[in-house]
Design a protein around this ligand. Structure first.
Ligand code: FES
Ligand SMILES: [Fe+2]
Length: 326
């Protein structure tokens, strides 16, 4: 845990969709820490992904009852990481007190499995300010693995003036590239922009060109959202992004989209559209230099339309995020 980012290590990070964690363990990497995440009747658990006996990843093992059984010699670990059975020991022999591994806080919320490698500051991971809305239809998108630093991925999501170029013909039009002036407000510890007008040839994959109004939110360094309001209607679309930093230059983006319109449209319409957008963004974020997001505002040039990126970099600087930043 040396050099562990003190801010990010206290946050809940998404490690899997609940629907993808079955009865066998999976291996995840959070802030450089490898964990075996598994499900028992009592819930989800995470242990350091290394058997104390001969260094085999516990994620290669099997879940039996409420234990995780190592694939190599069958040592059984409980969800606290304590070795509770060693098959090769004679009946009644004591289990060495050192036979244990590290356990991490792990829980499920909003259809996602979350893990914290340190002491979590919040009892539950936050999702927006009010959580998912019961009267909206939700769609899970991704998760998308990206070979880029997590703060680069988050900042790309918050960057409005790339829509007209990276996503031209879909989320923007280079003939309508001007960005209205907007401010960034701090409300109850979260950041929120004013509305930003964007003309979109195809705002959601259904192919209808409209003028939209974007409001961005930053809840914490790896959790942000955008609200898209469609001009002249009551239609609203929220897109939540949670980025899991695996290593300094590798991350995974989890996204939940929710909307109060087109409720009968199949999820596939929105998911395949997001898959296209993600590939367009990937080309950019995987090639940006420097790889780590520079927090020194003198390091790059900023325009008025980059106010939100500036606010994001300042936030990372103020809270002291070091992982994935320069
Ligand atoms: S390496 Fe895990 S039981 Fe031997
Ligand atoms: Fe994008």
């Amino acid at each position: 845990m040396q050099e562990m980012d003190p801010v990010l290590s206290a946050l809940w990070h998404p490690v899997a969709l609940s629907s993808s964690l079955g009865d066998q363990p999976i291996s995840v990497e959070v802030l450089g820490v490898r964990a075996a995440v598994f499900r028992t009747a009592r819930g989800v658990h995470a242990l350091r992904d290394l058997c104390i006996h001969r260094g085999v990843p516990l994620s290669l093992g099997k879940v039996k009852g409420d234990r995780l059984v190592c694939a190599y010699h069958g040592w059984c670990y409980d969800s606290d990481g304590k070795c509770v059975h060693i098959p090769s020991l004679p009946e009644g022999a004591a289990i060495p007190s050192k036979a244990k591994t590290v356990s991490y806080a792990c829980q499920e919320a909003y259809g996602i499995v979350w893990m914290c490698v340190g002491e979590p500051i919040d009892p539950v991971p936050t999702i927006g300010t009010e959580g998912l809305r019961a009267d909206f239809a939700q769609v899970y998108m991704g998760p998308y693995e990206v070979a880029a630093a997590a703060p680069r991925v988050v900042e790309n999501f918050l960057d409005v003036s790339h829509l007209m170029y990276v996503h031209e013909g879909l989320l923007g039009d280079s003939e309508h590239a001007e960005i209205n002036d907007y401010r960034v407000h701090e409300i109850n510890g979260a950041l929120r922009t004013d509305e930003i007008e964007v003309y979109q040839p195809d705002p959601d994959g259904r192919g209808f060109g409209v003028t939209t109004f974007y409001t961005y939110h930053i809840y914490h360094p790896m959790s942000v959202s955008l609200t898209k309001r469609i001009q002249g209607s009551e239609d609203v679309f929220h897109l939540y992004l949670f980025v899991l930093p695996h290593s300094k230059e590798k991350s995974t983006a989890f996204m939940i989209m929710e909307r109060n319109y087109a409720l009968d449209e199949p999820n596939e319409t929105f998911v395949s559209f997001q898959d296209i957008l993600l590939e367009q963004d990937r080309l950019i974020v995987e090639n940006q230099k420097p790889e780590l997001l520079p927090l020194d505002l003198q390091a790059e040039l900023h325009l008025r339309c980059d106010r939100l990126s500036i606010a994001y970099r300042k936030l990372l600087q103020n809270v002291g995020v070091t992982f994935g930043t320069a």
